[in-house]
Design a protein around this ligand. Structure first.
Ligand SMILES: Cc1ncc(COP(=O)(O)O)c(C=O)c1O
Length: 455
């Protein structure tokens, strides 16, 4: 009988994170400051604690995970690797579909894998308060959870559209003791400026990031820092525990490397977490198709240029070399709130440039259709973000059937959708539509890149 759940003993939890930055043939371009020169670590010090900045710029391949962090991660890690045999049977595919079940964390997604270390390193550095932004609310609830366990105060700026669509995520943040504010808000200059120009805006991650950074750097006590749930190198680093566990688990059931690795990508963290340990094999000659998946409504990797851009609408972050739709881009209100970001992690963007990844985009309706197939076969209700990965998995499994090949597909089940049922309800009532980004809107948004440095 094929195993459906592959567990890893607690003793076998990875004790180091993997840093892809150490292994690129060509190094990624550095972030730039306002003067167009590479940023130095101390320029980031008002925003992040120095111990995380060290990880951000590190070129070390392996970075030790402190024992105290592992003790917290044991609450749900190692996460199970599962085999989607019920979906395989439904699709009558010869492909073997494995997935890392990141929905088993207390907040319900992969986000606590970095929320916990980020809170812990801030606490070590003597910080008392963290500010952050959240799209779908998964990150907000993860950082609220981590701050509670580690003992920090937490303030979350939540993109307004998600604040309205996902009231239960707010409740979760409150249960873990965090304050949650809809963004744009009147609390910050950045928020007030946006509200003046666009009073009815659904908000965006770019706006919420500006608010959260401003709230951190304007705190005169010096005891507040900002925390980001994706995009940055240290965030992706913390997430590699997913792929490192998956490797051990696949090996334990006699699989070699997967043929195809898939993850949805908003800022890139869950995708990178699963895939980067396998990208390492690809760099060393292994043959693998590695696919980050995004929405057609926010097609950062598939249609956005790779260039320098700001991470937020108020241009408070350094200039980052990434695939981008322009920092002023406000995506349409698709339900995958966590995939509505204008940029893509620099390490993911660079890996695309190096020919290591093959990004793909799907429309929201196909993703919901795939989520329903998943719910009707595997049983679980996935997050709308995760449904993008599942849409791609189903396509690849069908292709394997056409080709008659027993491919091994591995994907990241980044979160459950039990707090996202409004989207499902609307889909079932036929009220959702697709929003492929019109070329004219893309060109308009890219104008915000005009005066920025080029690669
Ligand atoms: C369940 C889930 N999957 C994926 C994402 C996308 O983020 P990232 O690309 O950083 O993994 C999010 C973001 O909120 C999420 O909540």
């Amino acid at each position: 009988m094929d195993l459906k759940k592959i567990y890893l003993s607690e003793n076998d939890i990875p004790r180091q994170w993997y840093n892809l930055a150490a292994d690129f043939k060509n190094p990624p371009p550095p972030p730039l400051g306002p003067d167009g020169k590479p940023v130095s670590p101390d320029m980031l010090a008002p925003v992040f604690p120095m111990n995380l900045i060290e990880q951000e710029v590190s070129q070390k391949r392996w970075i030790d995970i402190p024992e105290e962090i592992i003790e917290i991660l044991y609450r749900w890690r190692p996460a199970p690797l599962r085999r989607a045999v019920y979906l395989e049977n439904f699709l009558k595919t010869p492909a073997k579909i494995y997935y890392k079940d990141e929905s088993t964390s207390p907040p319900g997604s992969h986000k606590p894998n970095t929320a916990v270390p980020q809170a812990w390193y801030n606490k070590q550095f003597g910080i008392k308060n963290l500010t952050t932004e959240t799209g779908a609310g998964q990150w907000g609830s993860a950082i609220a959870f981590a701050c509670k366990l580690v003992g920090l105060n937490c303030k979350v700026f939540m993109v307004r559209i998600s604040f309205d669509q996902k009231p239960m995520r707010k409740a979760m943040m409150k249960v873990w003791g965090a304050e949650c504010i809809p963004s744009p808000s009147k609390e910050t200059n950045a928020g007030r400026e946006v509200l003046k120009k666009m009073p009815d805006t659904p908000g965006s991650l770019g706006i919420a990031i500006s608010e959260a950074i401003e709230a951190a750097v304007t705190d005169k006590s010096g005891q507040t820092r900002y925390s980001l749930g994706s995009v940055l190198n240290h965030v992706l680093l913390h997430q590699t525990i997913i792929g490192l566990e998956a490797k051990k688990q696949l090996k334990s059931v006699g699989e070699k490397l997967p043929d195809i690795v898939i993850g949805c990508a908003g800022g890139g963290s869950n995708f990178a977490g699963l895939s980067f340990p396998f990208v390492n094999d690809k760099i060393n000659g292994a043959k693998m198709t590695i696919i980050p998946v995004e929405p057609k409504a926010c097609p950062t990797m598939t249609r956005g240029p790779l260039t320098y851009d700001f991470g937020d609408i108020a241009c408070m972050t350094p200039l980052i070399a990434m695939h981008t739709l322009g920092h002023s881009f406000v995506p349409k209100p698709i339900h995958a709130g966590g995939l509505r970001y204008h940029g893509m992690a620099p390490l993911v963007s660079h890996a695309i440039k190096e020919g290591l990844l093959e990004p793909r985009a799907y429309d929201q309706l196909q993703c919901y259709e795939s989520a329903l197939i998943w719910a009707g076969t595997e049983g679980a209700i996935c997050a709308p973000e995760t449904s993008h990965a599942i849409a791609c998995v189903i396509e690849e499994a069908k292709k394997a059937k056409e080709e008659g090949k027993e491919k091994v597909i591995l994907f990241n089940y980044s979160g459950h959708g039990l707090m996202d049922l409004t989207g499902y309800e609307k889909y079932l009532a036929g009220e959702l539509k697709d929003y492929p980004l019109p070329e004219k809107e893309l060109q308009e948004s890219l104008k915000s890149l005009k005066d920025l440095p080029k690669l």
